[in-house]
Design a protein around this ligand. Structure first.
Ligand code: X2X
Length: 343
C-alpha cells in the first residue's frame, strides 16, 4: 500500500507554495479509528477521563474523529513504559496517561512526581493554574513529540503492604515494593530502606497476590477500583508522597493531520474531559481513606511530625532527581508552592 500520509507530507510544502490551505490535503488523511492508550479502564477515574474525552470528540466532530480507548496499555502489550515510544512510532494515536510511565523516554515530563513536591491540592492547583509554568512544561511535551492538550490528575500515591503498619522509616526496611518503571520511585524506596522491584501494572497484581512482592504504591482510588485489598494488602499509609498529572496529548504526526478547526475541537474536548476527571479524582480522594478502612484495611494518616520525617528521608533522592529533571523549572514549581504556604 502506498502510504497516503507520506504523499500528504510531500503535498504539504507544495500546497503552501501555491497558497492552498494545507488542511485541504490533510483532511484526506483522517483515519477511521484513532487508538488511545490508557493504563487502566474507565472503572478508574483516569480511565474514565479517557472515555469522556473520546466521547466528547466523537460527538463534537460528528464522528469525523473516532477515538477508541485501549485500556490495560494493551497497544503495548501491557508495558506502559513504552506508551510514548509507541506514540512516536504511530502505534498509539492518542495519549491519556501518566508521564511517570514514560520516564525512560522523556524523563523530564515526570517532573511533577518529585516526592512531596506538591504537598496538597492547594499547591497542586496553584502550579497547574500557573500558565507561564504550564506553557514551559507544554514546550517540553512538544519536544518529546506530542501536542499537549490538557492535564488532569492521576492522584496522590499512597503506600500499601501486606506485612505491617507503616508509620516510621524503620517500617519500610526490607519491604519488597512494586514500583512503576520510574527509576526515581526506585530511588525513593531504596532511600527509605525498602527493596523496589520494577514491574508493569499488569504484572503487579499477580505479584501481590502470590506474595512475590509485599507492597505497592498507587492512588487509593486505584486501590479501591482494582480491589487491591483482596491481594493481601492489609495496611495503607496515606502519605501523599507523589502525584502525577494525567496528560492528554496527541503525537505530532497525528495532530498536524487534523484541520485547525478539528484541532480546536479536540483541544477543548480534552480540557473539558480533564476538568471532569479532576473533579472525579478529588471526590474519591476525599472519601478514599474511609472507604478503604471499611474494607477492613488498616489506614494510617500520618501526623504533621511524621510527614516531616518522610520528607527528610526523601531529601536525597529529591535533590538527585531535581538535578536530573530541569532544575530551574523545578525551582519555579517550588516557588509557586511556597507562595501557597504563606497565604
Ligand atoms: O502502574 C501504576 O502503578 C499506575 C496504574 O499507577 C500507573 O500507570 C502509574
Amino acid at each position: 500500500m502506498i502510504k497516503r500520509r507520506s504523499l500528504i507530507r510531500l503535498a504539504g510544502p507544495l500546497a503552501a507554495a501555491v497558497a492552498l490551505p494545507r488542511y485541504a490535503f490533510a483532511q484526506g488523511a483522517y483515519k477511521s479509528e484513532y487508538k488511545m492508550s490508557t493504563v487502566v479502564p474507565p472503572a478508574f477515574a483516569w480511565g474514565k477521563g479517557g472515555e469522556i474525552f473520546a466521547n466528547l470528540v466523537r460527538e463534537r466532530t460528528g464522528g469525523r474523529i473516532n477515538i477508541k480507548q485501549y485500556p490495560g496499555a494493551s497497544l503495548v502489550q501491557g508495558d506502559q513504559t513504552r506508551e510514548l515510544t509507541a506514540a512516536r512510532q504511530g502505534v498509539i494515536d492518542v495519549l491519556c496517561g501518566a508521564p511517570i510511565n514514560w520516564s525512560g523516554t522523556a524523563r523530564e515530563l515526570a517532573v511533577f512526581t518529585l516526592p512531596f513536591l506538591m504537598p496538597d491540592h492547594k499547591a497542586w492547583d496553584a502550579v497547574m493554574n500557573n500558565s507561564a509554568l504550564m506553557n514551559e512544561y507544554f514546550d517540553m511535551v512538544r519536544k518529546a513529540g506530542a501536542e499537549p492538550l490538557a492535564v488532569g490528575e492521576t492522584g496522590y500515591r499512597q503506600i500499601s503492604n501486606s506485612k505491617r503498619p507503616i508509620t516510621r522509616p524503620e517500617d519500610m526496611k526490607g519491604l519488597k515494593v512494586r514500583v512503576v518503571g520510574s527509576p526515581m520511585y526506585g530511588d525513593i524506596m531504596s532511600a527509605m530502606g525498602a527493596n523496589p522491584t520494577f514491574m508493569s501494572w499488569a504484572d503487579a497484581q499477580p505479584a501481590l497476590a502470590s506474595g512475590a512482592v509485599d507492597a505497592q504504591e498507587n492512588p487509593l482510588e486505584v486501590f479501591l477500583a482494582a480491589k487491591i485489598h483482596t491481594l493481601g494488602q492489609k495496611y495503607v499509609t496515606k502519605w501523599n508522597y507523589s502525584n502525577d498529572i494525567l496528560l492528554f496529548a496527541v503525537p505530532n504526526q497525528i495532530w498536524t493531520s487534523w484541520t485547525p478547526a478539528d484541532q480546536k475541537i479536540v483541544r477543548e474536548a480534552a480540557q473539558d474531559a480533564a476538568r471532569q476527571q479532576v473533579q472525579l479524582v478529588r471526590k474519591l480522594f476525599d472519601e478514599d481513606a474511609q472507604r478503604v478502612a471499611a474494607l477492613g484495611v488498616e489506614v494510617h494518616v500520618p501526623t504533621p511530625g511524621e510527614m516531616k520525617t518522610w520528607q527528610t528521608e526523601t531529601r536525597r533522592p529529591y535533590a538527585r532527581w531535581k538535578a536530573q529533571f530541569q532544575p530551574t523549572f523545578v525551582s519555579k514549581i517550588e516557588e509557586v508552592v511556597a507562595s501557597t504556604r504563606k497565604a
